[in-house]
Design a protein around this ligand. Structure first.
Ligand code: FAD
Length: 397
């Protein structure tokens, strides 16, 4: 991965009217919020700039699963994609226990467990693969008497994975809790950010101009536009759309599971997470349904979702459920033939760093890679500004 590390003397132009900081992070999804938390812990003086609200695009729309990549191994072989992230559940658990630089103690989980289920006859050779030594500790078939209650009435097989599900809104809240004065609302573009002749970037706020030694783009779907505004080239981005479905059933059962019943490709047929809100439970559906759904009209996608639930989860009642659609793009570094990237992406070009976690799960990997390309911190004085702060966004269900 191309990267350069440049050391530089502190700017002689630093004055009280142009204060200097180490890092300006652009974009307040998981990547930006994680970077802020980690870099502050490591002694960098940072700010985070967010156009709208924290998590507003992909992060709050995500299913929040912290997974070890097993869903990428449904062809029956362990691939690069499945193995790059195998260690991530352990890394996150260390953060949740306070044993990592990013301290997530007290952050809410939506579910401690994640499951996979299928009608027994449809798994074929995957049954042997799931039981293999290579997957020990990552997936366990559980007996019906150990099934959680949402599977009562199901006839088939249920596996428990070593994955779990984060409450992404609460996660963002935890990450920025100690840094709220550093989280500023600004749509970064050519009108307020420009390269400085001596290196780094100048950022214009309502009440002052600030010099940042390094700009870190965590701007997700805004990355191409930002790069264009700053004259950065050669860091192409790909977008992969998803048509997620939100269901509000009459029953109030919650589920966190992949459905593999009858899968004909190596992607879960349905990826299910659930949310308990004031107006009742919502099911949030991804997987093949959302991937393939982009080829359907909204009406067709809603009908497909209803049919999929009736086929895959027939023991629950979907009769009076309400259905809605959320279309959202995943933003990633461009890959040959548009395939999924399998690790976090951090590339530095002079004083600009482009980051994509590519998955929520890979935030710790992104943090490691970012620390590897940064120079030492050299501007400890916190920025004082009256510029408006950015708030946490609202989840889509
Ligand atoms: C439907 C869906 C489900 C998913 N489920 C999972 C899952 O279960 N597990 C998993 O591991 N991964 C999942 N992912 C992937 C994961 O959510 C994303 O990889 C991750 O959230 C990307 O985070 P980010 O911080 O890079 O981007 P974002 O969360 O999109 O944040 C980018 C931020 O930058 C801001 N911004 C953009 N341009 C500018 C600008 N010029 N100035 C200031 N701010 C700007 C935006 O407003 C936005 O808040 C899912 C993705 C989707 C879409």
């Amino acid at each position: 991965m191309p990267s350069t590390t440049i050391s530089r003397e502190p700017l002689s132009s630093e004055t009280d009217s142009t204060p200097a900081i180490d890092v300006a992070i652009i974009g307040g999804g998981i990547a930006g919020a994680w970077a802020l938390n980690l870099l502050q812990k490591r002694g960098y003086n940072c700010i985070l700039l967010e156009s709208s609200s924290l998590g507003a695009d992909q992060t709050l729309a995500s299913q929040g699963m912290i997974h070890g990549g097993l869903k990428y191994a449904l062809s029956g072989v362990l691939t690069g994609a499945s193995e790059a992230i195998a260690d991530m559940p352990r890394r996150w658990r260390a953060c949740l226990n306070g044993d990592d630089d990013v301290d997530l103690r007290g952050t809410r989980l939506l579910s401690e467990h994640y499951y996979m289920f299928a009608e027994a006859t449809t798994l074929g050779r995957l049954t042997t693969f799931f039981a293999s030594r290579a997957l020990r500790g990552r997936i366990d078939r559980i007996k019906p008497e150990q099934w959680p209650e949402e599977f009562i009435g199901f006839e088939g097989v249920v596996y428990q994975l070593n994955d779990f599900v984060m409450d992404t809104e609460h996660l963002l809240r935890t990450l920025v809790a100690d840094h709220q004065d550093r989280v500023l609302q600004l749509h970064a573009d050519a009108t307020n950010i420009s390269p400085h002749a001596d290196g780094g970037y100048e950022i214009v706020f309502a009440d002052k101009t600030v010099h940042a030694s390094i700009l870190v783009s965590c701007a997700g779907n805004g990355s191409s536009q930002l790069q264009q505004a700053l004259g950065i080239t050669n860091l192409p981005v790909q977008q992969r759309p998803l048509k997620q479905v939100i269901v509000k059933p009459k029953h109030q059962v919650m589920m966190f599971a992949h459905c593999l019943t009858g899968i004909a490709s190596d992607e879960p047929r349905l990826t299910i997470t659930s949310h308990a809100e004031a107006d009742g439970v919502s099911w949030y559906l991804g997987g093949q349904l959302a991937d393939k759904g982009v080829e359907l009209s909204d009406e067709e996608q809603l009908a497909k979702a209803r049919a999929e639930l009736n086929t895959c989860v027939p023991w629950l009642d979907w009769q009076d459920a309400q259905f809605g659609i959320l279309t959202v793009n995943r933003a990633e570094p461009k890959q040959a033939s548009g395939i999924k990237p399998d690790e976090a992406y951090v590339v530095r070009q002079q004083d600009f760093i482009q980051c994509f976690p590519t998955k929520l799960t890979l935030a710790p990997d992104l943090g490691d890679k970012l620390l590897n390309v940064l120079d030492k911190p050299e501007h400890p004085k916190p920025l004082q500004t009256n510029h408006p702060r950015a708030e946490i966004g609202i989840s889509p269900w």
